[in-house]
Design a protein around this ligand. Sequence first.
Ligand SMILES: [Zn+2]
Length: 378
Amino acid sequence: MKTVIKGYKYRIYPTDEQKELINKTFGCSRFVHNYFLAMKIELYKTEQKSLSYSKCSSLLTELKKEKEWLKEVDKFALQNSLKDLNTAYQNFFREHKKGNTNQGFPKFKSKKNNYKSYRTNFTNNNIEIDFEKGQIKLPKLKWIKCKTHRKFTGKILSVTISQVPSGKYYVSLNVECEHEELPKANNSIGLDLGISDLLITSNGQTFENNKLTYKYEKKLAKLQRQLSKKQKGSKNFNKQRIKIAKLHEKITNIRVDNLHKISSQIVKENQFIFSEDLNIKGMIKNPKLAKSIQDVSWYELIRQLQYKSKWNNRVYHKVDRFYASSQICNNCNYKNEKIKNLSIRKWTCPECGTYHNRDINASINILNQGLKDLELAV
Ligand SMILES: [Zn+2]
């Protein structure tokens, strides 16, 4: 047994009164974020100084005396808003120093953003969940009706309350649980994150990403075309927007479920799991690909593989500096420069005559390199 932190997400059904308070908390959290972001920027401009979290925190206490309405909402929500701003700030400067320009500067939050959330913390039984009655108790809100489809036993650490673009409300709980590890597995596997398929393994297994959601994506495109003909801000426009948001949610759910199935299977069957480093993969540009979608799936899959490996005592290792994984023959190590061309799916090694499927060959190379990295190669 091992203590791990697991996430549980449930839909909640707040009353009108509760909705009002939740929306107010979203607003206050956003206010705190924007207020201190502006202050940080100003202070840096005028005095080249930074503002620490503890300084912000004591300023927030002062601010609450001045703006009484901030006291009406969950105090943890405001503190966490400040903490998250601070983290975003630190991440930006840390990555910037390293020369990584992907990490954006923290942004001001807009009222118009259709995804809203705040996070609260557990203390003195301020949060409780009742699986029998299907309800959850949250700070300031008291009991809210909740669809508790998955039970857990453990200690709740924090809860994020969110409203998604279709208008539905959710809670995401971080729970400290006891986890029973999977028995040790005997296999090792290399994973090639594919362009046309989501994933190809060194065993030759292919996992798809798009087929499951293809019909919904076509429907989505149709709904979006219809939306473009409606007058922005009108009643019908808004109705259509919600329809689109609901379909988006459905597609995302199917996709994430699929990724869970894949990552669970891989972790169950293998003791050593190897993949490429995504920063390298990201350099490949393919205009034909709905790249953002594929990227999101890759990152989510890696995230799941990482934590599931950790929970079950697996070794998940990223192979880096592996630009040429598809060009090298896994049998004789001959480097075939022609394979740079992404349209070549199958090739025969001119040196040893082995016939290759491009992606399977790449994943075998990843497996071999991973085993070498960990000095497990025989
Ligand atoms: Zn060869």
